[in-house]
Design a protein around this ligand. Structure first.
Ligand code: PLP
Length: 385
């Protein structure tokens, strides 16, 4: 049977998160800190923009690159919030979530066997997306004692003449890591020295806390021409189900991505594009309200875990904490399965985010505070034994 499936697809493992959540779904009354998805419904004014667009009968395709009004809104937003100026005419493409942006970028950039550097633990799709695009994924480990910051010196050890692309994602899923500006500058210099294209997934960029500014590598001198900036609406605007995102970058790369997109997708959903315009133009206040709620939850969850004797640093961004569970003597998977069976609480084993996630679990605080309180109480009981 397996011979019917292309080898490069057959060899890719299923997502560790999906496997785990199939078990969760088969159980009743589970308190979940597992899902990386806001518990908030998309703010009403954004939903209303889509309803209005349907009422107006806007049900056709848009341009392959995306509705020009949305591309202009994206250009304005990115210039205002990230200090990078992109031409909406040929430097921006609207995608089906950041997921499609990652896939298009890798397929557009990689020749078979080209190497891609990425930091790990990281979002589950990077490694398989690189492999599916014919590339070779080269992980560079980040460390808890360094709050999972990526060091240019570690990239230097992993680079080879075959390295073509450097993938970054800060704030990071699952660690909440944020890059200090001086280290980001060293990484930019590294990319220039080795003539790499940088693919930066900044989907959590609005979600940094305590007034910490977000810095994009694309805004650093000499970087715009070698950087593909990926962003989307799923996290900060609570729009996971709308499947909408965008990529900004040099026009030749955007054109190459557009060719793949036009033959496989045509265009992102028209009503989702209308909603995205509303999110960018009038969504700031609702985004800030959700961010403040995440900040309170993060502070609660980190102090409660530390009080329970589970070491956990205070992440600066995203909506995840990544506590260390080595003290229990269990592996990440054993811990997560036993916690689920004995206490009905779901967290994600750190190894779902790469082998370097061993010894950790990911808890999402994109869950209601009362659920977080119950979950943490049960985790503390579980650890006490
Ligand atoms: N990038 C990162 C780092 C993520 O954590 C996720 C979702 O969890 C995505 C991309 C996928 O985002 P989208 O819903 O825009 O496809």
């Amino acid at each position: 049977m397996n011979s019917r499936i292309a080898a490069h697809v057959r060899d890719i493992p299923r997502s560790g998160i999906r496997d785990f959540f199939e078990i969760v779904q088969s159980m009743k009354g589970v308190v979940s800190l597992g899902i990386g998805e806001p518990d908030f419904v998309t703010p009403w004014h954004i939903r209303e923009a889509a309803v209005y667009s349907l009422e107006k009968g806007r049900t056709g395709y848009t341009s392959n690159l995306g509705d020009p009004r949305l591309r202009r809104s994206i250009a304005k937003y990115v210039e205002q919030h990230f200090s990078i100026a992109y031409n909406p005419h040929d430097e921006i493409i609207v995608t089906v979530g950041v997921s499609e942006g990652i896939d298009l970028a890798l397929r557009a950039l990689l020749n078979p066997g080209d190497e891609v550097l990425y930091h790990e633990p990281c979002y589950v799709s990077y490694n398989p997306s690189i492999a599916l695009a014919g590339g070779r994924a080269v992980a560079v480990t980040t460390h808890a004692e360094d709050e999972f910051v990526l060091r240019a010196a570690d990239l230097e050890k992993a680079v080879t003449p075959r390295t073509r692309v450097l993938m970054l994602s800060f704030p990071t899923n699952p660690t909440g890591a944020v890059m200090p500006p001086d280290e980001l500058a060293r990484i930019a210099a590294f990319a220039v020295n080795h003539d790499l294209v940088v693919l930066t997934d900044e989907i959590y960029s609005e979600l940094t806390y305590d007034d910490l500014p977000h810095h994009s590598i694309a805004a650093l001198p000499g970087m715009k021409e070698r950087t593909l900036f990926l962003h989307g609406f799923s996290k900060a605007f609570a729009m996971t189900g709308w499947r909408i995102g965008f990529a900004c970058g040099p026009s030749d790369i955007i054109e190459a991505m557009m060719k793949i997109h036009q033959y496989s997708i045509m265009c992102a959903s028209t009503m989702a594009q209308e909603a995205a315009i509303e999110a960018l133009e009038r969504g700031q206040r609702s985004m800030e309200r959700m961010r403040e709620e995440y900040r309170l939850r993060r502070n609660f969850i980190v102090s409660s875990l530390n009080d329970a004797g589970i070491p956990c640093h205070l992440p600066k961004g995203a909506f995840y904490v990544f506590p260390e569970i080595r003290g229990t003597g269990l592996t990440s998977k054993e811990f997560s399965l036993a916690l689920l069976k004995e206490k009905n609480v779901a967290v994600v084993p750190g190894t779902a985010f790469g082998p370097s996630g061993e010894g950790y679990v990911r808890c999402s605080y994109a869950a209601a505070l009362d659920q977080i309180k119950i979950a943490i109480e049960r985790i503390a009981e579980f650890v006490r034994g």
